[in-house]
Design a protein around this ligand. Structure first.
Ligand code: DON
Length: 542
């Protein structure tokens, strides 16, 4: 079964499974298809994280996050007066060195079973032309002004200077050529060949700083997954430079002190407990977490039950603790220096969860001329100026400052959950910037604590708190007025999620786009794609 945000991509993955490919093969083909049909988030010009749990229970985590270019400097996004500019969000300087191609190739080298070329072929067919769907129209429509600012981007994605219409055939000949070279030459073309030259030329034209050297030096890295126990279930997720696994562990360890089921799904007490745990865990996340190749982090402490006890001990059931009174909590810690998601499970029980991103929709809105794909704006995930919020409102610290060849902290959390017997239960993940962690975790709570099925667990409205801003955010229509008032009476600020500017990823006040697969007690698979953005889970055989 394959669950993605886009029907074309889900069908590509299911077809690879039908031909005998394993879950990793299907994930690779699906990821490449998303780069064609879902250019707002699927990508060649971005990066991500891949979690795989093999049928024998071994779990591996692959970091193919973007890196800061060699020439990046700490203050590169500040103006002369030290104020943050929009250059980490829009344009050529916003792009980190892309990791997706290296990541998918590395996953294939280690775990693939079909030929690489067979996995690239479906996306070449899609790049030659596919029928435009409402989802592409709606995101292009929202982002068109940003895209129009870059002529090469507009030429490809706004043919005739207009958003394509539903039913039109949309062809991407430059991208098809890149994919053919990827099929024939593997990552060599992207990182050292013709596509690398196109990226470097685009950078020179637009004042960016990614060089041929940056591309040639990029490598995906296998990392040790974070795992933690939640009510007898083992949860595996991404370690730094993702903040997902560590922050989920810190929240789950605190929340476990309460019987969430007894508090009732989204009852006032349940939301209060979750929000207070979110607040404390994000305070630590924002302060301590960053690229493990650059900073030391108190990971063992942050994920320990003892530490969670001390954090949770300050939670009062009567009153919200103002975030101003909740600092990072680790004592005497000294260090030396200072999105789309897809889930796949195959017939053998191998499971893959991938979250991948160009950060904002259509990244920094820059298409590489002659290559037809968008570059990311993931440099904005660094603290452009420590202590000031980024585009997700995250106030992050010194450890996540920009530095040459560093990876920026992420919230992306591809996650795999085992049941109390150690068997595969859930494969999950979502986009959503800072809300990714709380979204993935609420899906797990919905299943483990509240006994929901996949459809309920994905549909259920979600809440979010990230320490700063000091507010519980909820989705449009997601909380009854009485619950909002009860939470306010405890001292919480409670806000409906802002739909945001038209080109932001916050669509209509919704949060996330979960792609969830659940293994049922009889071994069959149940999958559901979040209706918030309109994807599809496709099983094989259908
Ligand atoms: O890595 C991160 O945390 C962000 N770049 C994720 C961005 C995101 O989820 C945007 N999604 N819709």
């Amino acid at each position: 079964m394959v669950a993605t945000t886009d029907e074309y991509a889900s069908r590509v993955g299911a077809d690879i499974l039908a031909r005998g490919g394993n879950a990793v093969d299907a994930a690779i083909a699906t990821g490449l298809a998303l780069a064609v049909v879902n250019p707002e988030a699927g990508n060649l010009g971005g990066g991500g994280f891949l979690m795989v749990r093999l049928a024998d229970g071994r779990v591996h985590a692959l970091d193919h996050r973007e890196k800061a270019p060699i020439a990046a400097t700490r203050d590169m996004y500040l103006d002369q007066d030290g104020n943050v500019t929009d250059r980490s969000v829009v344009g050529h300087l916003a792009a980190g060195v892309p990791g997706t191609v290296a990541g998918l190739w590395e996953a294939h080298q280690r775990f693939g079973s079909l030929e690489w070329a067979e996995l690239v072929e479906p996306s070449i067919r899609l790049a030659n032309g596919f029928e435009v769907t409402t989802r592409l129209v709606s995101t292009l429509d929202a982002a068109q002004n940003g895209i129009r600012a870059f002529a090469a981007s507009a030429r490809v994605f706004l043919p005739g200077n207009e958003v394509p219409r539903v039913g039109d055939t949309f062809s991407q000949p430059d991208l098809a050529a890149v994919l053919r070279r990827l099929r024939d030459q593997g990552p060599d073309d992207f990182y050292r060949g013709e596509t690398a030259a196109l990226i470097a030329a685009e950078m020179e034209r637009g004042g960016g700083i990614i060089t041929l050297d940056d591309l040639a030096r990029y490598e995906a890295v296998w990392r040790d997954p974070v795992s933690f126990d939640y009510r007898g279930h083992t949860v595996y997720s991404m370690p730094p430079p993702s903040s997902g696994g560590v922050t989920m562990a810190a929240i789950a360890n605190q929340v476990e002190r309460w019987d969430l089921a007894a508090l009732g799904w989204n009852g006032t007490d349940a939301i209060h407990v979750m929000a207070e745990a979110f607040r404390r865990a994000y305070a630590d996340r924002n302060e301590y977490l960053a690229d493990p190749d650059f900073v030391q982090m108190p990971l063992a402490e942050l994920t320990s039950r003892e530490y969670a006890e001390t954090r949770a001990a300050t939670i009062s059931m009567e009153r919200a603790t103002p975030s101003a009174q909740v600092g990072p909590g680790v004592d005497e810690f000294l260090d030396e220096s200072h999105t789309t998601h897809y889930s796949v499970v195959d017939a053998e029980g191998n499971a893959v969860a991938v979250t991948t991103s160009v950060n904002s929709w259509y990244g920094g809105k820059v298409v590489v001329e002659g290559a037809g794909f968008f570059l990311n704006n993931t440099m904005d995930d660094f603290s452009a100026k420590p202590g000031t919020p980024n585009q997700f409102g995250l106030v992050q610290g010194e450890r996540n400052a920009v530095a040459s060849e560093k990876r920026m902290l992420s919230a992306m959390s591809p996650t795999i959950v085992e049941d109390t017997e150690g068997a595969l239960l859930l494969v999950s993940g979502t986009p959503g910037g800072a809300t990714i962690i709380t979204t993935v975790l609420q899906t797990i709570f919905n299943v483990v604590d509240h006994g929901m099925n996949v459809v309920q667990a994905v549909h259920a409205p979600r809440v979010h708190h990230q320490h700063l801003p000091d507010a519980i955010m909820f989705e449009h229509g997601g909380l009854p007025e009485s619950t909002v008032r009860a939470l306010e009476a405890r001292g919480h600020t409670v806000r409906e999620r802002d739909p945001g500017p038209p080109d932001a990823y916050f669509t209509g006040g919704m949060s996330g786009d979960v792609q969830l697969i659940m293994v049922m007690p009889d071994g069959t698979l149940s999958g559901w794609s979040d209706p918030r953005r309109g994807g599809l889970a496709v099983g094989y055989p259908e």
